[in-house]
Design a protein around this ligand. Structure first.
Ligand code: HEC
Ligand code: HEC
Length: 441
């Protein structure tokens, strides 16, 4: 008689279970036999093999099974000393998610300086408050290439974590592989703190929810445009995918895939991308003082280099002290102030663009709505002496004469501003697994 296998671990897959075990140290094993019995009624399945692991197929998703493994030799059979219970599922087959222990999206730990004045900027609608189940579904949708017409791009193709959830390229490659967007992709950290809630550079979409299905239907981005059946063609495509049947049921109570549910789930995932880490955040946390009028923003920030802190003083300070960047790119979120007008990129500009939060702007490879600048030095040069006159130019960028403001910064001060912008890089947001792909390789 051989010894019994030990340490049986059952891992759920899509209608399957992977059974890993430790071979007994004694006895010449000729084969292993596994069996999985469903709780309650149903057929007991079995499989055989000559080594660990064994894969058992043909199970019913969502049903609890108890599995055992036994070893056989010419001398006889010994049953495994351990059995394991497992629920096979399509989620377990395709994704790394553990639905019994979800990541925390609903209640991120916010620093003290994310106080009532900051939370007042939150554009979350009462009907779509972030919960962990729906945000988890949003994470899957965000990384799923099935959302594009030919399964080539996901949201994450153009919103890459390492680039601050933007695209390092000036323009992004769409689903066709040969057509490009005409605007630069936008970073997604802190989109929830842009109070008007309107999305895209030109603010053409009213909310994060309404924005979420736009790229899907865009003729260049994901391709479900009118000629490809529009979003009505995407819904049945997702409806038959097993992990969506499970995840829509998990999040919404039934498996029905609708545009509104896709919008809500994506919006919840995106709003949970709160950026509260960077060299500036760490230092500011120690000088933040709610009793001060400016909450301590004019104080030196520990941990920044002398050059970064000089840049901080310029960025934060108003007339006579600094160059007033913070009046529009408002700390601590660095999302744009609701009342910002044009920053005067082009002479005669009548349009008013928004900016994504400047958190992680230092890891971007292109700047402004059309990605016209490829370095932060060019951005600072622009604010120094390149602002153009036009009907939409913001008064904060206008001199008392009415002409565009010229800063006449020294070379050292321009470099300091760039160094400060780089001190806003959030490596925690970029590497937190809850914001990375949930798909198995
Ligand atoms: C092919 C590249 C591409 C894909 C795919 C893509 N995006 Fe974008 N995204 C962009 C570009 C480019 C912009 C800016 C477009 C503009 O303003 O005209 C943008 C803008 C956004 C914005 C606006 C941010 C703000 O602050 O206003 C959000 C939110 C967003 N995308 C989310 C998504 C989601 C969710 C998906 C998947 C459903 C997605 N994107 C797919 C390229 C892409
Ligand atoms: C009047 C408000 C306002 C002020 C003041 C202002 N900005 Fe901006 N900023 C904007 C707007 C609006 C945009 C987006 C413009 C566009 O792309 O069309 C922007 C874009 C940017 C970007 C590019 C963001 C990206 O994702 O591509 C950077 C970097 C930036 N500003 C830095 C600064 C710095 C540094 C200062 C101070 C010298 C400053 N800004 C002052 C309104 C302002």
């Amino acid at each position: 008689m051989p010894g019994a296998p030990t340490g049986l671990v059952a891992t759920a897959g899509n209608t399957s279970v992977n059974l890993a075990f430790v071979a007994p140290s004694t006895g010449a094993i000729s084969s292993y036999t596994a069996s999985c019995a469903p709780t309650g009624a149903g057929a007991v399945l079995s499989a055989t093999g000559s080594a660990s692991p064994l894969t058992m197929s043909g199970l019913t998703n969502g049903t609890l099974y108890t599995c055992t493994v036994s070893a056989s030799s010419t001398g006889g059979t010994s049953t495994a000393s351990t059995s394991a219970t497992v629920i096979p599922s399509a989620v377990a087959g395709a994704l790394t998610l553990n639905l019994t222990s979800l990541s925390n999206y609903a209640a991120p730990t916010l620093p003290a300086y994310y106080d009532a004045t900051v939370t007042a900027l939150d554009n979350t609608p009462p009907a779509n408050v972030v919960n962990n189940k729906t945000a988890t579904l949003g994470r899957v949708l965000f990384y799923d290439k099935n959302l594009s017409f030919n399964n080539t791009v996901s949201c994450a193709s153009c919103h890459q974590a390492a680039a601050g959830f933007s695209d390092p390229a000036r323009f992004s490659t769409g689903f066709s592989g040969s057509a490009f967007t005409t605007a630069h992709s936008m970073r997604l950290g802190n989109i929830r703190y842009y109070r008007p809630g309107s999305m895209f550079w030109d603010k053409r979409t009213a909310s994060v929810e309404l924005q979420a299905s736009q790229p899907i239907q865009n003729a260049i981005e994901m391709g479900f445009d009118a000629t490809h059946g529009s979003i009505a063609a995407l819904l049945p495509k997702l409806q038959v995918i097993g992990y969506y049947q499970e995840l829509f049921t998990f999040a919404f109570g039934d498996a029905n895939v609708t545009e509104a549910r896709i919008q809500n789930a994506l919006a919840q995932f995106e709003r949970s991308m709160v950026s509260v880490n960077s060299a500036w955040d760490t230092g500011f946390a120690s000088v933040f003082n709610p009793a001060l009028t400016d909450q301590g923003r004019s104080l030196p920030v520990p941990g920044l280099t002398a050059q970064e802190d000089r840049g901080r003083a310029l960025f934060m300070g108003g007339p006579g002290v600094g160059v007033g960047c913070a009046a529009c790119h408002v700390p601590p979120t660095f999302s744009l102030a609701a009342n910002s007008l044009s920053n005067g990129l082009d002479a005669g500009e009548t349009r008013i663009f928004k900016s994504p939060s400047l958190k992680s702007v230092g890891v971007s490879g292109a700047f402004m709505h059309d990605g016209r600048f490829s370095t932060l030095d060019q951005v600072v040069d622009f604010y120094n002496n390149g602002v153009q006159a036009g009907p939409a130019l913001d008064p904060r960028l206008t001199a008392p004469s009415g002409a565009p403001r010229v800063l006449n910064l020294s070379v050292a001060d321009k470099a300091a501003l760039v160094a400060f912008l780089r001190a806003l890089t959030d490596t925690t947001l970029a590497t937190d697994t809850k914001f990375l792909t949930p798909f198995k390789p």
